[in-house]
Design a protein. Structure first.
Length: 824
């Protein structure tokens, strides 16, 4: 049974051959089904420990005491937070360690597992593709598998919806193939960290993913090539193999990316003989998001479980031949859920060609495409309902497989009967919590009104639902919803106001007792959302992003109008810039950038949002920052906006006539200039760092202010984008003060071991003041002109704890604020 998912295999010092790019031989030197020199671990949610990482998840070992102590012992070379932006707490707390002493992996894993704040530590799995290489016997020229499963009759019910997305996680997918190009949405190469999912060359070892994609969703009824069960559904290509080796290193990363980016079904025509907590967490996260997961069972003709197919919540697929017998290569066992044609399957191959392949790799995408077709006719179906329809409508093939009775799942898929089932709901009472829209991201204060979306996924009209909600570890509250919600419909529910303190929090929501009865599908009843409460009320505020950009957040929405296509990309990243032109910080090493090393996304509004500020105590508030940008002149645009209602609505700050602000007053016409240019914006190129600033007299007295950068791009040219550094909010109470001018004041050394020296470099100043704050805004040290000797002052910080401090120096001419690190 599938609950045996912790089964694993320890085969020490075996050499494994992989059918890879260039037909090279790659081997794992320690364990067959695990990657050499890699460990996955998860922190406990209750752990009082922080592992700071940049926007790409890269962590600095020098800031992680418990790993720094083990660096030399195990040869640690890299620590990565696997899913830094995922709202699933378990995935967000998951990290990967790369190390060189690979033969010490069991000792290293055991040592990590014994730490109180680590939930688990384990070896990272290795996967392989599930297909039997084509040989001369596979000469079928017709698409027998579609006739076998009654695809034509299924298409009489639905031709598939272009709004349904089936993600193909595979070695690579040729998205330019003539029979795929019109059915493909934006994908990702998670193995190499870019957006190019195409194979690196035309070696036949790379054709696997292209064939799998065509089986699920090649263009159909287009007078070209092959047809697919999915007909009009869309394919999301997710490349999980490295260009350099062809090794499948990033399968679970691919699942997570697809789950976060709009997939409704995820196909996995790959796997291995090892299971893991990480893999289980990944598939459960996707399943709990309402995504149907389908995987090939393996090609070793044994009952041994292969993963991810054998995980609970994954539909495991065995392969059958044209006469409904088990394919000679196919895995079998009581853990199989369903069977599908997998021998001599004709589909798309590299170079705009077509060919036959065999394997559970071919059976799995046939099922995944059918799942997409089912969701086209009934988008409200849950993964459990989809699986139930597949199994209840399957053709019994026991007579053809007397030696495998009960070992090939519910039988062979019947697309027509599955569509009939999908067209009629199988659950009477099912109240699902599908979204938590508030709180979200960073909130300005601790008082908030939770808002959720309740959806009826049963066939009966809902008239009442009990909604349970809990903030952090506090006691649970109950809200009784009463109304009339028809099958398949959704409604927004506002819960009672909640109050909490500053910091990180989690809101849990659960639905129960629909119409006073038992919910027949509890898998979609619960959601949770992490959020933060931040309110900055001590000034001067400076963030140079060197220590992580506390409480900053980023998001994206697609640009929607008659000329542009929507793209959901979110590219703001925190880290060290490495672009061709934008490749340095203004101070320190880190910036916020639309892309640290590449180009910004297209057809997207990309938002970088600040923490919340209470400006009520400021007399003359002002915002400043350093910025450089390279964007398409007169077509792409950058704005700066503010909100006084916690981000519900936003207003553009300033105009093109504001001093030291926007560089363009163009109003685009959509023909020779872009519609994104609307009269006040930055556009074009300003590739050297420049200080921008704007007074905020209209925000005097406001106690809940957020700022954001809004980078708007069209669907054409992509450039390096924007970099931001040294973001400052302060009170301009002394007329004529020049700000952020480093030439007049020197502060050194940085980092400091105890003493910090401040030197005045400019003209004689009659008034001088130096202050030191901690990051909580508390004043630690204050000195004035009486403390300066020969235009220099020594500030003794030796009695203070190691950490980051703000040094503010104000003269009658200058104001400078700089972060320093105390490291004694």
């Amino acid at each position: 049974m599938k609950n045996c998912y912790l089964l694993c295999f320890k085969k020490t010092f075996l050499i494994v051959l992989f059918f890879c790019i260039s037909n090279l031989v790659f081997s794992q030197q320690v364990y067959e089904w695990y990657q050499d020199g890699k460990i996955i671990f998860q922190l406990k949610p209750s752990a009082i420990i922080d592992i700071p990482s940049d926007n790409n998840g890269n962590a600095d070992i020098n800031k992680i005491d418990f790993l720094k102590k083990l660096e030399d012992k195990y040869g640690i070379v890299k620590i990565t937070q696997k899913h830094p932006d995922n709202i699933n707490v378990a995935l967000k707390l998951t990290y990967e360690i790369e190390f060189t002493n690979q033969f010490e992996v069991d000792v290293f894993t055991k040592e990590l597992s014994q730490l109180d704040y680590i939930l688990y530590a384990e070896k990272k799995e290795l996967h392989k593709l599930f297909y039997t290489p084509n040989d001369p016997l596979y000469t079928s020229t017709n698409m027998w598998h579609l006739f076998k499963i009654n695809a034509a009759q299924a298409w009489d019910i639905s031709l598939g919806s272009s709004s349904v997305i089936v993600a193909i996680t595979d070695n690579a997918i040729q998205v330019t193939h003539n029979d795929l190009v019109n059915n493909v949405v934006a994908g990702r190469d998670v193995a190499d960290g870019d957006n190019n999912t195409n194979p690196p060359n035309n070696n036949t070892s790379w054709t696997h993913g292209t064939h799998v994609a065509g089986t699920s969703g090649s263009s159909t009824n287009n007078s070209t090539g092959v047809a697919s069960i999915g007909f009009n559904i869309k394919i999301m290509p997710v490349k999980i193999a490295q260009d350099a080796t062809g090794t499948l290193t990033s399968g679970y990363e691919g699942i997570t990316w697809a789950a976060q980016n709009g997939a409704h079904v995820i196909n996995m025509s790959w796997g291995g003989g090892a299971s893991s907590n990480y893999g289980l967490t990944v598939v459960n996260n996707a399943y709990n998001l309402g995504i149907v997961l389908v995987a090939g069972a393996g090609n070793d003709n044994v009952q041994t479980m292969f993963y991810p197919a054998a995980y609970p919540n994954v539909i495991s697929v065995a392969a059958t031949a044209s006469n409904d017998t088990k394919s000679s290569f196919s895995q079998f066992g009581s853990w199989i859920d369903i069977s599908a044609p997998g021998t001599n399957i004709r589909s798309t191959t590299l170079g705009n060609t077509y060919g036959n392949l065999s394997g559970t790799s071919m059976a799995s995408p046939l099922v995944a495409g059918l799942c997409g077709l089912m969701l086209s006719v009934n988008p409200a179906m849950t993964p459990a309902q989809v699986k139930s329809c597949l199994q209840s409508s399957a053709v019994n093939i026991d007579a053809q497989n007397s030696a495998y009775v009960g070992l090939l799942g519910a039988g062979r898929i019947n697309a027509y009967e599955a569509m009939i089932c999908a067209n009629a709901s199988t659950v009477a009472l099912d109240a699902a919590v599908v979204k938590i829209s508030s709180p979200a991201g960073s909130s300005c204060n601790g008082d908030f009104t939770p808002m959720i979306t309740l959806r009826n996924l049963g066939s009966n009209t809902l008239t009442s639902v009990i909604i349970n909600f809990q903030l952090d570890a506090l006691s649970s509250d109950t809200y009784n919803w009463v109304g009339s919600l028809a099958s398949g419909q959704s409604t927004n529910v506002t819960l009672p106001i909640q109050s909490t303190s500053s910091g990180m929090h989690i809101l849990y929501v659960n639905s129960s007792s629909p119409n006073g009865s038992t919910d027949e599908n509890t898998s979609n009843d619960s959601l949770f959302v992490p959020f933060s409460v931040s309110l900055i009320n001590t000034f001067t505020y400076l963030d140079d992003f060197e220590s992580g950009g506390d409480f900053w957040s980023h998001s994206a929405t697609g640009v929607q109008n008659t000329n542009l296509n929507a793209s959901p990309g979110d590219k703001w990243q925190l880290g060290v810039p490495a672009g061709t032109v934008l490749n340095s910080a203004y101070s320190g090493t880190k910036v916020y950038a639309t892309n640290l090393s590449g180009v910004h996304d297209y057809s997207t509004y990309n938002y970088l949002q600040s923490p919340c500020f209470d400006l009520s105590s400021l007399i003359e508030p002002r915002v400043e920052f350093y910025m450089a940008f390279v964007i398409e002149q007169d077509w792409d645009a950058l704005y700066f906006e503010y909100s006084i209602n916690n981000g519900d609505t936003w207003t553009k700050l300033g105009t093109s006539s504001s001093p030291n602000w926007y560089n363009s007053s163009l109003v685009g016409n959509g023909s020779t200039t872009g519609l994104l240019c609307n009269g006040s914006q930055w556009t074009g190129t300003s590739s050297t760092w420049k200080l921008y600033g704007h007074d905020l007299p209209f925000l005097v007295g406001e106690s809940s202010v957020k700022f954001r950068f809004n980078m708007a791009s069209d669907e054409y040219e992509e450039s390096e984008g924007v970099v931001i550094d040294n973001f400052v909010v302060y009170d301009k109470t002394t007329t004529g003060i020049k700000t952020q001018t480093e030439s007049a004041v020197s502060i050194f050394p940085n980092p400091s071991t105890g003493n910090v020296f401040v030197t005045l470099n400019g003209n004689e100043s009659k008034q001088v003041e130096a202050k030191v704050y901690n990051l909580m805004g508390e004043l630690m040290v204050q000195m004035n002109e009486n403390n300066f000797q020969n235009r220099e002052i020594k500030i003794d910080l030796s009695n203070y704890a190691n950490g980051i401090y703000l040094v503010e120096v104000r003269t009658d001419e200058q104001l400078m604020v700089k972060k320093i690190m105390l490291n004694k």
